[in-house]
Design a protein around this ligand. Sequence first.
Ligand code: HEC
Length: 261
Amino acid sequence: MKFTPVFIFFVGAQLLCFTEPWASAVSLSVAGDDLALEMREEGMIKSVEVHQPSAPKVEILTPHENETVTWGIQVRYAIAVVDAVDGSSKYGEIAATECLLEIEYLPATAATDVKAIVGKAASTPESPGLSRMKTSTCFGCHADKIKLAGPSFAEIAQRYGNQTGSSGLLGKRIIEGSSGVWGTSEMPSHPEITTEAAEQIATYILEQGAKKNSWIYPGFEGTFRIIDKPAPGAKGVYRLTASYTSKAQRRGQHSVVLKVD
Ligand code: HEC
């Protein structure tokens, strides 16, 4: 193997790598989401530009950041998504089930705790099970905490949560379909889902369903209910995170925090 010495220089925002200082150079520059690669060789300049698609723009239109809400009330929400390639939610170009609102209630014991929670930005990566489920038909029949045609994630978690091997069993049912377990309605089979993905989905359903103060809502608009005041003098915040992952696998998200009083 031939060892080639490499000389690296920074010139402004550019990184220059020379295999031989006098002969050829490769420069790499990053502008926004785009990556440009330029090769210079013996006086010739060859440029290669690699354009990475930009992340979709996701915006929670209502409610607004820092709004104060009252215990027990219904809150309306609306989300807009715009992606350079996939299109805009305004024109019905984005599937409603692929836009998700994650809602989390974070209790605080004092006003200073509220401040600390507000300061912490939510940026947890999406679980692979949830990503797979969004692009399937699941949310047409299942919701996180409410029973639709199929049982809620909470009911499923309550029934199977403590059993070993439950994600394997549920993964199998997701692929093969299910009937007679919850009532008279049947779940169709999903042969297009791999065993690995089905188990990731089942794991996600069991985890999300067991979370008490966390809710997942697919769609661009709807309402959710603020919990009843848990104790006299209780304080807390609601963190709303809307997200959309484009067909090019770029994720856009937006969070707002509401104070409950
Ligand atoms: C047409 C409606 C419908 C769709 C679409 C649907 N389900 Fe279901 N699902 C049901 C019904 C109804 C049941 C209850 C079946 C029964 O009683 O055995 C169910 C049951 C389940 C169960 C529990 C199974 C058990 O044996 O206890 C899981 C887990 C589940 N669904 C996940 C999913 C996932 C993941 C998707 C998307 C890939 C999905 N479902 C799509 C209607 C649906």
